[in-house]
Write a protein that binds this ligand. Sequence first.
Ligand code: HEC
Ligand code: HEC
Ligand code: HEC
Ligand code: HEC
Length: 113
Amino acid sequence: MKKYIVVASVFMGLALVFFYIGNHISAQEQTRPESVTHEGGSFGKVTWSHSGHTASVGCKECHHMAESPVQKCNSCHTADATLDAKAAYHKNCIDCHKAKEQGPTGCMDCHKK
Ligand code: HEC
Ligand code: HEC
Ligand code: HEC
Ligand code: HEC
């Protein structure tokens, strides 16, 4: 019984170490942007603070697939996807701002020429 506990503890310890290294490496490989600017076509650029959002909003609220490493939204939300990039951004960004009654919801509050 004692032997079993020792062996189990060693395995759990190793599992924890690998879990830590796994998270640590992926955090080092990818740098989080301070702010993000979308070109937004003829409608005008959209600039917002990524670090400002991560202070109050969880990663998965936006990176909803929790993929690692993080991919750009438009790598899946392509022109022929159920939601193209514009629809995906608008739904994600505007729905939350409306729900929280914080953040811009008017077209020209986000898009700047
Ligand atoms: C919360 C911020 C926000 C608000 C509010 C918003 N947009 Fe956007 N919009 C974006 C983002 C982000 C994109 C993605 C831009 C990209 O893909 O480069 C976008 C993309 C677009 C595009 C596509 C541009 C392109 O060429 O790909 C159009 C057109 C557009 N918005 C129009 C509007 C209109 C009209 C409104 C008001 C009804 C509006 N937007 C409100 C953030 C916003
Ligand atoms: C409000 C929505 C939102 C939140 C919250 C958010 N992100 Fe992002 N993140 C984005 C968008 C949008 C981009 C720009 C890339 C794109 O256009 O798809 C981005 C970019 C990134 C990038 C760079 C990806 C690249 O290929 O350039 C990383 C890494 C990242 N985010 C990690 C995180 C982590 C980790 C968290 C949580 C601590 C987080 N993000 C929270 C929306 C968000
Ligand atoms: C790895 C692929 C992938 C990535 C990356 C991704 N999405 Fe999605 N997303 C999907 C799929 C699949 C769906 C289901 C609908 C569809 O097929 O378009 C979806 C659905 C959505 C929806 C609709 C959710 C609902 O409740 O109706 C929104 C909004 C959305 N994505 C926004 C984003 C934003 C913003 C980003 C980047 C921060 C992002 N997605 C990154 C694959 C992805
Ligand atoms: C899950 C909730 C949530 C999502 C998703 C979200 N926001 Fe916000 N946003 C907020 C909150 C809360 C604030 C006000 C607090 C603050 O300023 O950080 C805000 C503030 C802002 C502001 C003003 C402050 C700044 O960051 O520059 C802009 C611009 C903005 N959001 C753009 C966007 C865009 C563009 C997206 C989509 C890519 C987005 N937001 C997605 C919650 C959200």
